[in-house]
Design a protein around this ligand. Structure first.
Ligand SMILES: [Zn+2]
Length: 165
């Protein structure tokens, strides 16, 4: 399952990447705003991505072209995820370190002997190096590790799962 999300859904995009889903954000396409809708639609069609949008005209245009799409009603990201679960009940709700939440690039595990890569990033806590797993984005070089933000995310996702059942 892969997605493409419109400009209104930046946060949802981040969450889907954290859940391991390949999700393209419209604002990252680097096209002129007037061309954006057209590019989003052809991208979704070419790569069989599910279009996530808050724009009814886009839903109509996507449906005409046979593109799978979800109209997102809510403005709040947890509610948006709930809407997605209603559309696709099999969606994964556990954080998976395989997509960069910033750029959608693939992550790879930082191996032993690569500590210099971690030390070069000012935001990586030195005390953690050697004590937990780290991942590196193959595209933008951002480093990730299982910190407190992941625990918070898990809690939010558990709450979400409960409220859906
Ligand atoms: Zn990245």
């Amino acid at each position: 399952m892969r997605f493409i999300a419109d400009r209104m859904l930046g946060k949802l995009c981040t969450w889907l990447r954290i859940l391991g889903y390949d999700t393209v954000y419209a604002a990252d396409l680097g096209v002129k705003v007037e061309d954006e809708d057209r590019v989003i639609l052809s991208f979704a069609a070419q790569e069989s991505r599910i279009l996530l949008t808050r724009d009814r005209d886009m839903i109509r245009a996507a449906s005409r072209r046979g593109i799978r799409c979800v109209f997102v009603h809510s403005e709040e990201v947890m509610e948006q995820l709930k809407e997605l679960i209603r559309y696709e009940p099999g969606i994964n709700l556990e954080p998976v370190p395989c997509r960069c939440s910033e750029c959608n690039g693939e992550l790879r595990k930082v191996e032993k002997g690569e500590e210099a890569v971690l030390q070069a990033k000012s935001y990586v806590p030195m005390a953690k190096i050697g004590k937990c797993d780290f991942w590196l984005c193959k595209t933008c070089g951002r480093v990730y590790w299982e910190g407190s933000h992941w625990r918070n995310m898990r809690l939010q996702l558990q709450r979400l799962t409960k409220s859906c059942s």
